[in-house]
Ligand binder design. Structure first.
Ligand code: NAG
Ligand code: NAG
Ligand code: NAG
Ligand code: NAG
Ligand code: NAG
Ligand code: NAG
Length: 350
């Protein structure tokens, strides 16, 4: 009997530790609900490293495989991954291993369809259904003998139609892809800024999990620190749409954009405070992995979350770099303040 008292005390002590732990985990959960995700495009430059490396860098929560350049209108679909591998000889099925390893780390892997050089368009609702079936069977939960990336099931599809823009058939494609509710297919789109009213109903349809809006090479929307109203108005137009998440689409280096490149210190001090204020703000989407490897732009992004950082890269960095708003990477010689000229031709984004 006398032995029981200290034992009870210990149990109570353990219980309070457990409660404290539960409280702490809950607090972490609440405090990390702000998205602050970084996404990146992978696939258009073989010097950017493998998909597995891209995910292992722990910088990104979304990786968009770029691009399925041809689809729709009765055409045979074409996946283009530049020098990485050749889909036409089934050379890309090994990517399944990379995709699965990315997903195991909690990273969403999407297929981006279109791209700046793509001329494909959806010609009717029926065409959209046919493309939906193709995507479902070849990249998502369906089955096909020709799956270009092997048996891995991607998390979703990002719509990225070159200059053709978004007709209402893109809304149909989103609806068809979403129609299998047992498979949780994410749908994204990468529209150009500014928002044109013809595309408003497509994006307001409620089918889109995220929009990654291209705010560069689009002077009315580009961020200019001496006059921020164009940027702010455009951002609010997008963030007021019925879309779960809005990403700010940016080039990872000045070489990737004719205009609209935002140096990381400006992004941190002036742009993030504006966009992080929106309830459906999702984070930053970068073009592309190749540029980010060279410029290390994503390493310089500082979400001002106090001690609670929410992207993998931020979590990794919190204790080593603290809250310094000055991008540490940009003063290292190889980064050249993001202004270096590589003398190498890279593909530019749509
Ligand atoms: C449907 O899509 C396939 C590619 O999956 C294509 O080969 C075929 O021509 C399309 N059919 C029609 C009627 O567009
Ligand atoms: C929907 O997804 C489930 C689970 O993957 C699958 O079993 C089913 O066949 C799919 N339905 C259609 C119509 O594709
Ligand atoms: C679908 O995925 C989203 C994003 O990952 C998640 O928030 C949601 O809970 C999922 N829904 C279902 C039904 O699994
Ligand atoms: C888009 O639609 C919303 C709601 O229907 C409307 O308030 C907004 O002005 C529209 N924007 C454009 C650019 O047409
Ligand atoms: C963020 O929103 C709050 C509340 O609406 C507002 O007071 C503040 O000025 C906003 N900050 C920025 C940087 O837009
Ligand atoms: C994470 O931290 C390790 C050890 O400091 C470092 O080697 C790695 O590059 C970091 N990764 C990112 C994404 O910051």
């Amino acid at each position: 009997m006398t032995k029981q008292k200290p034992y009870m005390v210990r149990v109570n002590l353990h219980l309070s530790y457990v409660l404290l732990l539960i409280y702490f985990l809950f607090w972490v959960l609440i405090n990390t609900t702000k998205a602050d995700d970084i996404g990146v495009y992978w696939g258009q430059n073989s010097d950017e490293g493998t998909l597995a490396n891209t995910c292992e860098s722990r910088k990104y929560s979304y990786v968009n495989i770029a691009f399925l350049t041809t689809f729709g209108n009765g055409e045979t679909p074409v996946l283009n991954l530049e020098g990485h591998c050749n889909p036409s000889s089934k050379g890309c099925t090994g990517l399944s291993l990379d995709i699965k390893s990315c997903q195991k780390q909690g990273i969403k892997v999407m297929l981006s369809i279109g791209g700046v050089s793509s001329t494909s368009q959806l010609t009717s609702s029926k065409d959209a259904k046919n493309v939906s079936d193709y995507l479902w069977n070849n990249f998502l939960g369906g089955k096909s003998s020709s799956r270009p990336l092997g048996d891995a099931v991607l998390d979703g599809i990002e719509f990225n139609p070159g200059d053709n823009g978004y007709s209402i058939y893109w809304m149909d494609l989103a609806r068809y892809l979403k129609s299998n509710s047992t498979q949780n297919v994410s749908i994204g789109a990468a529209p150009q800024c500014p928002l044109v009213s013809a595309e408003n109903s497509t994006f307001s349809s409620g089918y889109f999990d995220y929009l990654s809006v291209q705010f560069y090479n689009n002077p009315p929307c580009n961020f200019v620190s001496s006059s921020t109203s164009g940027f702010i108005n455009a951002w609010h137009q997008w963030s007021n749409l019925k879309v779960k998440k809005i990403f700010l689409g940016l080039p990872a280096s000045s070489d990737e954009a004719a205009s609209g490149y935002i140096p990381a210190n400006l992004l941190n001090s002036q742009v993030l405070p504006i966009i992080r204020n929106s309830s459906n703000y999702g984070g930053i989407m970068l073009w592309d992995r190749y540029s980010d490897v060279k410029s290390r732009y994503s390493d310089s992004i500082k979400f001002d979350t106090g001690d609670q950082a929410s992207t993998p890269a931020e979590r990794n960095k919190t204790h080593t770099e603290g809250k310094t708003p000055i991008p540490v990477e940009s003063i290292k010689p190889h980064a050249g303040n993001g202004k270096r000229h590589l003398g190498e031709q890279t593909t530019t984004s749509g």
